[in-house]
Design a protein around this ligand. Structure first.
Ligand code: ADP
Ligand code: MG
Length: 341
């Protein structure tokens, strides 16, 4: 008999199936899956812990989000939080609640994505919990990492005149979601229409397969730079920048023209009649790093060939300001930002 349903192998069978596919990479993992608790040896380093919950229908839509990508992204968003503290993620714990509509094949695909993320970032899956849910998929992932006391970067340390830097480009993840939602609507209206996703590959990729910016953390470390403040962009540039300014007790001045947006993102925003700067300022799920460093430190890394863009600086004046392309200034507010010339 072919095994198709989770009921055929039971909870313990499923846990065994999951654990058999994973190996451990980290020396600090003393014990992984299999006992009542995992064991980690972090010696003298501080331990960082961060957790996220993802609920079907609230945080993701399985009609256009492949399970493999969902598994991958569930891990990435947590690793990103540990990098945002200037730390190294080493282990994850991942809990799932699954309804009877999921086949073993579906769960395998989900864990395949988790495995890819773990192997790309050398992360050990050291435990979790498996339970049934009445309806839909529930995911809770916790990442565990380390950082030395002197390297730790919080949201609160920015200094006046520090340069505000952002990695990568913005607005792409939000527009990727818009495209996926649009293609779903077209498909529901006419199931014979196949989604035209190839033309938008790069935009959709940021939504379905975001990166955690280990490369940025590594470049900073190589150059002995400890950012004065840092956050990863999960809610949107504006919201997350305001977190830094509030926590650091300062204001910011950023420049519209400096905000990194790809030409592709600009043209897709036109299709949706959206202002691309608005998408870049308010679009979430970018998982880029937003951080502050001194002008001297910025000079040191600007020629290192990494996609870090200076977009402004911290000010003693506590207003958060954006300087528009026409040199007019506007108060930076999450969501309520509308573009005028
Ligand atoms: P307990 O009843 O003591 O909580 P479980 O039977 O739930 O133990 O889990 C047994 C082992 O399997 C533990 O090490 C737990 O961390 C691990 N485990 C359970 N579910 C998962 C999962 N979905 N992914 C990874 N490890 C899991
Ligand atoms: Mg348990």
């Amino acid at each position: 008999m072919e095994i198709k349903n989770i009921d055929d192998i039971g909870e313990f069978g499923l846990i065994e199936r999951i654990s058999s596919k994973f190996k451990n990479y980290r020396k600090s993992t003393v014990l992984g899956i299999g006992d009542d608790s995992g064991i980690i040896d972090n010696s003298k380093l501080l331990t960082l812990v961060s957790s996220d919950m993802l609920i079907e229908g609230i945080h993701f839509d399985l009609s256009f989000f492949p399970l493999k990508h969902l598994g991958y992204k569930s891990v990435i968003v947590n690793l990103s939080d540990i990098y945002a503290m200037n730390g190294n993620p080493n282990q994850i714990i991942l809990n799932i609640g699954i309804s009877s509509k999921f086949s073993i094949k579906a769960i395998d695909q989900f864990y395949e994505g988790i495995k890819v993320a773990c192997s790309e970032y050398n992360i050990d899956l050291i435990g979790g919990d498996t339970t049934s849910s009445l309806k839909g998929l529930v995911i809770s992932c916790t990442a565990i990492g380390t950082v030395s006391k002197k390297n730790i970067t919080r949201r609160s340390g920015a200094k006046e005149n520090d340069v505000i830097c952002v990695s990568g480009d913005l607005g792409r993840s939000f527009l990727g979601l818009k495209i996926l939602q649009r293609e779903k609507r077209i498909f529901l209206n006419n199931p014979k229409m196949q989604p035209k996703l190839n033309t938008y590959k790069n935009i959709i990729e940021k939504q379905l397969r975001p990166k955690a910016r280990l490369d940025v953390i590594s470049i900073l470390k190589e150059n002995k730079i400890i950012p004065s403040s840092m956050i990863d962009i999960s809610d949107g540039l504006t919201s997350d920048l305001i977190h830094l300014s509030k926590n650091s007790n300062l204001g910011v001045k950023i420049f519209e023209q400096k905000i990194p947006v790809l030409d592709e993102t600009k043209s897709v925003s036109k299709e949706f009649n959206l202002d691309f700067i608005n998408c870049a300022l308010n679009g979430g799920e970018e998982y880029e790093l937003l951080f502050s460093i001194s002008i001297k430190e910025y000079d040191l890394i600007k020629s290192k060939g990494i996609d870090i863009t200076p977009i402004g600086y911290f000010t003693k004046n506590k207003n958060n300001i954006i300087v528009l392309s026409n040199n007019n200034e506007k108060v930076l507010k999450p969501f309520g930002w509308d573009h005028f010339n």
